[in-house]
Design a protein around this ligand. Sequence first.
Ligand SMILES: Cc1ncc(C[n+]2csc(CCOP(=O)(O)OP(=O)(O)O)c2C)c(N)n1
Ligand SMILES: CC(=O)[C@@H](O)[C@H](O)COP(=O)(O)O
Ligand SMILES: [Mg+2]
Length: 638
Amino acid sequence: MTQTPHTPLLDRVRTPADLKALSLRELDQLAEELRAETISAVSVTGGHLGAGLGVVELTVALHAVFDAPRDKIIWDVGHQAYPHKILTGRRDRIRTLRQKGGLSGFTKRSESPYDPFGAAHSSTSISAALGFAMGRELGAEGVGDAIAVIGDGAMSAGMAYEAMNNAGHLGKRMIVILNDNEMSIAPPVGAMSAYLSRLYAGAPFQDLKAAAKGAVSLLPGPFREGAKRAKDVLKHMAVGGSLFEELNFSYVGPIDGHDMEQLMAVLRTVKARADGPVLIHTITKKGKGYAPAEDAADKGHATSKFDVVTGKQSKAKSNAPSYTSVFSGALVKEAEKDDRVVAVTAAMPDGTGLKAFMDRFADRCFDVGIAEQHAVTFSAGLAAAGMKPFCAIYSTFLQRGYDQVVHDVAIQRLPVRFAIDRAGLVGADGATHAGAFDVAYLSNLPGFTVMAAADEAELVRMVATAAAHDDGPIAFRFPRGEGVGVELPEAPEPLEIGKGRVIREGSRVAILSLGTRLAEAEKAADLLARKGIEPTLADARFAKPLDEELILRLARDHEALVTVEEGAVGGFGSHVAQLLATRGVFDKGLAFRPMCLPDIFIDQSSPEDMYRVAGLAAEDIAATVQGALGLSVMERRA
Ligand SMILES: Cc1ncc(C[n+]2csc(CCOP(=O)(O)OP(=O)(O)O)c2C)c(N)n1
Ligand SMILES: CC(=O)[C@@H](O)[C@H](O)COP(=O)(O)O
Ligand SMILES: [Mg+2]
């Protein structure tokens, strides 16, 4: 059941400027209405719920105190920005979140001037805010305060510290709000997380209202104060935070991020007084104010559509196990056989399927926090020590660890096994989360082996292949969502490296698929068969090393060769083209058509629709085959 909440105050808000005239009591009421509207919207669309609910009061207070869009409020990740979207002119479209043609589930510059910086990958906000702050210092037009709102989970990434290091050095006014809800997607890990907890445990909420109010009343205006005085004022509001202070930030907090009075007082004071970098440490509750989210293990991090009253989520009926769960089970089996098998995740034990491994082999599984660069080099170290690390990272997040992949893994030929989930187009998370580039960015690395599973049985074989492979780095990729329902091999044999397989023999044209587009290629072959064209169909399995023998044989025996993959240009098809060109195959008149993701970022929709947009559906493959055979459009329709 969905509920349309009663929102008399929110109904009056057109832009954040409307918040300026509201009393404290009204701001509190607005927060409650905003929370109800957020819950109602996400119940219809599904999406990231818990993080937004935790920052409702903070969102209201920030917009009441600061002047967006001149002041730049930069939400780290952006998954908590739904309440911000509602307050910044997007309420009428909030029930289109994450749908085709609708609002993005993250912040996006093209969507609104109130989103000064796009996000979806974490820990970028402080760097971006510092960029705005320095732009302002250098006279950039229309740039006021720069405010980064970053979560405790995101604070585990090196990039956040690189930014703070730089900000502390530059010493210019900017504000970082550390939104500490003691949660990442999973419970947070690491020494930094423990440090933040100590700050809070050692000194539960300060009553900073009085301090803040007193400080403000001392001064008729912000500009009359010298730098020293401003620092002193902020210092009185701090009870710890020496790490941040050592980095030249004024530390304010910890404060109750659900206490509007306190938030308003502190933000107003900081706005009036800050003359350098300031970090405000707010303590909040992920999922705040909605029992089903608060009570959930993930605090409502991400949900499908749900009934607002019961919190019951509507789950689509599944016909087959997910690729992730198949990987998870296969890895546990490998670990049972070999105690050198270890696993590494960067803050995504559930998403990557490593939770089962963690439960079973706690001391052999490492959640390193949001720290993909470290995860890769840590895995390289484990491999150098003789272990068999499976570094399980989504394709899109592995991008962040690319130099580590090249420098620490590939050049040293270390046998790190990369389990690359979310390969290809992922749906509602959109372009930021698409696994579009991994085949391209791995297949160009000397000594790398790159595999793509065509179905879940193949995935099991690839896990076994990776476990057995000690000769340099190896990666296997697989998509989000469920498999095709094939039977899984009980005792999987490792694949022969660099060998593909022929699925069906035909004539005139060959379709060579890499990855799970194989199912669409099979449908295309069926469509074509009805038109009298019987393609040969093969599964390449390996993007690197290429099965040269198979490819050259297919080229030799057919008039046309079509490659299909769910990755960007520069990947499998490009390498096949390189092979065919260098072997002079094109000179003999082969019609070659590489089908890959187009050179655009594809916005969110269902994965099926995104693949249609990409031109990688069965019909597109069939049409490409016909075109390669030189059939006219009329002939193709016949
Ligand atoms: C580079 C990167 N790695 C992983 C993720 C996946 N991810 C999204 S939100 C999140 C947890 C963030 O925790 P926190 O910053 O504390 O925000 P909260 O959800 O608690 O508000 C993770 C791991 C990501 N978006 N970006
Ligand atoms: C915000 C973020 O990056 C993650 O929460 C992501 O949305 C998870 O994606 P999956 O649902 O595919 O695990
Ligand atoms: Mg958190």
